[in-house]
Design a protein around this ligand. Sequence first.
Ligand code: LLP
Length: 424
Amino acid sequence: MSNMQWCHYRNDQLLAEEVPLASVASEFGTPTYVYSKAAILDAYGEFVRAAQGRRALVCYALKANSNLAVIELLARAGAGFDIVSAGELARVLAAGGDPAKVVFSGVGKSEADIRAALAVGVRCFNVESEPELERINALAAGTGQRAPISLRINPDVDAGTHPYISTGLRENKFGIAHERALDAFKLAASLPNLEVLGIDCHIGSQITEIAPFLAALDKLLELAGRIERAGVALQHLDLGGGLGIDYQGEQPPARGELLAAIFERVAAHPLGQRYELMFEFGRSIVGNAGLLLTRVEYLKSTPVKDFAVVDAAMNDLMRPALYDAWHGVLPVVRRVGQKVVYDVVGPVCESGDWLARNRALAISAGDLLAIETAGAYGMAMSSNYNSRPRAAEVLVDGRRALLVRSRETVESLYALERRLPPED
Ligand code: LLP
């Protein structure tokens, strides 16, 4: 079992906190995402404890899981938020989050995105290019504001992670090249409707070592020195997110360990004490706090393989199809009996529609399975492919199971579509 202590067997029945998953399925149906309130708060709390006594803001990167209830839990815990669209900003506000703790990331902010953020007063725009500086400056001039900005630098460090989620290499589309950073900061400082606050980076996701974070930090600190010497004062360093989690036995540093290493490095630098530190963690806050509950529709045997065809699919959890990602599979009722090696697949008409491969399971048709470590980039990346209504979402809190998103209805899938006018 991966690092999901909130999920455990009692009398061979799998429980989420104190709620039997079988009762979640009978009350809310399947497929259903199930999140643990305690696991989310514990993960965030580890970061907060490690940052205690430091000038630091730990933001939650909404893209990992943007359910309002998840946002609200974290908002109540004092979290800041890292957003990438006006849609995510609207969610933060709808969940009671504080716009003054919002950092706005993303390589392609539209005019509408920027206007929405200026209207509520976000903490900082993390800018990714010179044209974006000009656009924000012009829009801020229109409203008579000075927009707070940071520049995202591409530190060119290898995060050692999957190429699709590695973002700090030179050839990635993200950030401003290290060697152009100084000029970009001078440009930013010269624009009258911008206020330069900081420098940021994000080198990738599912990083399981401390070293790449420290390498990026060193580059940021070195640059910050040159920027300050050029006469542009900085107030914060934002190191992004990217801390990995345990899907299949990976051993990432503990949350507190990573932050401690970063604070130590910053403290040792002559400029270090000057800066507030910011972080944008997504996966490491919610990833291990969620699972996807699904029911076996059929056990299907072919001459070469056995398949467990379940009612969740690639549209619900895209990570295996997209990244070849590994997610653990647990039977909700543990049976004695012969285990068979299955590919766990969904009903979608694509061979890429698989959730797990070559798993030894003792199961029957009708059984429930829990797909582990699905709290991050699960529901958030889901789609309606094959006209499949998206899953329900449930938050467990001790003995309580709260529905935090209803299962979509089929009618809602085409509610925005129009039939043709009558033929004449
Ligand atoms: N900040 C920025 C600017 C980002 O681009 C990201 C993630 C984060 C923070 C949060 O990173 P985290 O702490 O969650 O690693 N869909 C992929 C992951 C894509 C990550 C994109 N950026 C997956 O399922 O593995």
